[in-house]
Ligand binder design. Structure first.
Ligand SMILES: Cc1cc2nc3c(=O)[nH]c(=O)nc-3n(C[C@H](O)[C@H](O)[C@H](O)COP(=O)(O)OP(=O)(O)OC[C@H]3O[C@@H](n4cnc5c(N)ncnc54)[C@H](O)[C@@H]3O)c2cc1C
Length: 394
């Protein structure tokens, strides 16, 4: 096994770094911790589009570049290092496009794929999966889509919809077979819905950081043309299970608060041992070195997952293992930084006490969500225990 990048991969990384440095110098964005959804600029996405960096791994016949998932991982690692504002195209690029390529109809491919890779107007997506009584157990969704002539009539409620208030389209899971004798995983379908369809109400949920990042979405008899069904009717759950592996796999699960690690290390290099007692400093040294080890393990897991996909394999186990590990690292990073900085770690806004430009307080408030979104650690561990290790279910 070889743990090095090829010359071409190193060149690609350098190209991405040069682009990002130029953008930072031009003041397009600044390096701050925050949610992926807030960090959003269609103009920035368009610049990436011009370089072919949206749809990087999609096949060329679908407007992509046909490059490898390892290259996609290199791109994401560099973007996340500086928290580049990729929120406009992020979900469409990572999840929606690949799902349309696999399961979509001809018109869905022709309409959505070229527009997504260009970061055109009106191509921002949200994911409408979770419901008040269906999160980890997604097969319990109770939103219904009943056929009515050339339409489906959708009724129900979604929750925790990231970016629902900004999205042009939603990617929705709903029940299409109401016969309770049919197994639940054979009764759901996927739809694309235009968020401007009559009957859709988006209501904000303000998170602990005081931000509107996710929402409740109410669907009251929303009439959706049948052409907006994606893939097989009643085959949606199987389709979604294939998609979530890609949702779980990337560097966005390791580096949501990455600037904090860099800031913490340079702060300690600057202040040295002098600010702390002997015992506490020894704990700090140990903890920072441990974080460095964990970051490097997480990084290898991300690349291993990407490499697995490049081998043509479904990365269910690798993605579960990777995300379970990486999001816990992010929380430990936050925990260590908070202990080192003490009370200033809680201060937000521009005050003389604010630590790391507010990044620490921001990460502190986001941290509990890191290992919930996209599948909780407990669920991911269940996947590893049952599927990878072959342990009995009960
Ligand atoms: C920041 C953020 C953004 C999100 N964005 C979106 C989005 O855009 N679209 C969307 O559809 N959803 C989104 N979600 C929802 C997310 O996918 C769910 O929160 C997650 O799947 C967990 O579901 P739940 O909240 O219903 O918790 P539950 O499923 O009710 O779980 C509650 C607790 O029980 C544990 N648990 C549940 N089942 C088991 C089990 N079988 N074994 C062991 N433990 C178990 C869980 O680990 C968890 O700790 C987002 C969530 C967050 C935090």
């Amino acid at each position: 096994m070889k743990f090095t990048f090829t010359k071409e991969q190193n060149q690609f990384r350098q190209e991405v770094r040069d682009f990002l440095q130029a953008e930072l110098q031009a003041g397009t964005f600044s390096v701050h911790c925050g949610g992926l959804i807030e960090g959003s600029s269609q103009e920035f996405s368009r610049k990436m589009a011009k370089r072919g960096w949206i749809g990087l791994t999609w096949p060329k016949e679908h407007g992509g570049q046909g490059r490898t998932y390892v290259e996609k991982a290199i791109l994401m690692e560099e973007l996340m290092k500086v928290q580049a504002p990729i929120g406009y195209h992020f979900l469409a690029d990572r999840q929606v496009g690949p799902a349309i390529i696999h399961f979509g109809s001809q018109w869905q491919k022709e309409y959505f794929l070229p527009r997504i890779v260009r970061a055109d107007d009106g191509m921002r997506f949200c994911l409408l999966f979770s419901e008040p009584n269906a999160g980890s157990d997604l097969v319990a969704v109770s939103t219904t889509a009943a056929k009515d002539g050339d339409h489906y009539v959708i009724k129900g409620q979604k929750v925790w919809t990231s970016g629902g208030h900004l999205a042009d389209y939603g990617w929705l899971l709903a029940r299409t077979n109401m016969d309770s004798s049919i197994p639940r995983h054979l009764s759901c379908s996927e739809f694309i819905i235009d968020m401007k369809f009559p009957g859709i109400t988006v209501r904000p949920i303000i998170n602990m950081a005081g931000k509107q990042s996710f929402n409740e979405v109410f669907l009251d008899d929303v009439r959706v043309p049948k052409d907006f069904l994606v893939g097989q009717e009643n085959g949606g759950f199987k389709q979604i299970m294939a998609q979530v592996d890609y949702e779980r796999a990337g560097f966005e699960r390791l580096m949501q608060n990455y600037p904090l690690f860099e800031q913490l290390k340079s702060y300690l290099r600057k202040i040295g041992k002098s600010g702390f007692g002997d015992e506490f400093y020894s704990w700090i040294k140990d903890s920072i070195a441990q974080l460095e080890i964990e970051f490097n393990v997480g990084r290898l897991l991300c690349y291993y997952t990407a490499w697995t996909i490049d081998q043509g394999k479904q990365p269910t186990n690798e993605a579960a293992l990777c995300k379970a590990y990486c999001t816990q690292y992010e929380q430990r990073l936050n925990d260590v930084a908070t202990r080192v900085l003490g009370p200033p770690s809680q201060v937000r806004g521009e005050t003389k006490w604010t630590a790391f430009g507010g990044d620490l307080a921001e990460s502190y408030l986001w941290a509990p969500s890191y290992n919930l979104q996209g599948g909780t650690v407990e669920i991911l561990k269940n996947i590893v225990a049952l599927r990878k290790l072959g342990l009995p279910r009960s």
